[in-house]
Design a protein around this ligand. Sequence first.
Ligand code: HEC
Ligand code: HEC
Length: 299
Amino acid sequence: MKRWLLRALAALLVVVAALVAFVWIRSAAALGQHYAIDEPPLALPTDAASLAHGERVAIMRGCRICHAPDLAGHVEMDVPPIGRLAAPNLTRGHGGLGATLSVADWERAIRHGVAPDGRPLLFMPARDFANLSDADTAALIAWARQVPPVDREMPPPRVGPVGRALFAFGRMPNLLEARLIDQHAPHEAAVAATPTADYGRYLAGACVGCHGEHFSGGAIPGLPPSFPKAANLTPDPATGLGKWSEADFVHTLRTGKRPDGTALDPFMPWRNLAQMNDTEMAALWAYLRTLPPRPRGRR
Ligand code: HEC
Ligand code: HEC
């Protein structure tokens, strides 16, 4: 072999080794980070109305999309190079975490994205839940702790080498949402359920993970290209909801069909969101109208 070719190959090898080392060190540092979360304890309600409200919070925030309708766990994605998005069994059944999680553990997982031992949870979209009020969080936990026990052993979530590389280069920030949350931000005691943009902003926390911080949609970070791109929910007339009416919005979420009759990809959790009540729908719509229009994909 020509000497220059050998030199070029050696240089390439050095570059590849440096990249691998960078990815490994960077992701290992983030995965190994320890979070000390010290929140005042939540008092759980026990009355039927609060438990029913807790179930509504779970519906709005999509807990059952990943943890399954019975909360006993579900594998949303398993692509070995990227990782396995496996949400654990949260019930008190065999293989479930329900029997061991304290109220503080639930709160730490939901609003902080942190496990009982202080490690950051993988893929758990806690940034979408970090704004939950104390009252809603307490109702949610109270409801989740009394769902019927289901026996189901779940494989653990994991991240593969491509997932690590995406994360190290900032392309999969939602792998460890604990990093994206202001862990010392105060929480509101309660939020009034009114058909206003304010309440809509609060509810729309549940859409950010897929539709992006600015609601302009596009590819969802961390998901392989086979997954659909999220729609633009800003009032942009060309690629967003600029031409939609409130009735179009409600009809789409309740039926899974857009105004032009085309069906939404089932990855958009409309069956779940269809259960929103009129106040929640009106609040979300009011809030989406206040967003500055953006072209699709400028998340
Ligand atoms: C995008 C999918 C997804 C959604 C939506 C989701 N979770 Fe999770 N959740 C996960 C995954 C994955 C884990 C496991 C993370 C790990 O062990 O590293 C997890 C872990 C948990 C844990 C256990 C933490 C522990 O101690 O190990 C709790 C509790 C939890 N989720 C509650 C909820 C609640 C309540 C909601 C709704 C507000 C919710 N999750 C929504 C994916 C999800
Ligand atoms: C798990 C990811 C996910 C979550 C969470 C999610 N969406 Fe979506 N949404 C999508 C995807 C993907 C599409 C595009 C579907 C398609 O192409 O058929 C979409 C499409 C839509 C559409 C149709 C718009 C159009 O122009 O086609 C509306 C309206 C919508 N979402 C509203 C919401 C609202 C409001 C929330 C929060 C309350 C939300 N979505 C939460 C993934 C999600």
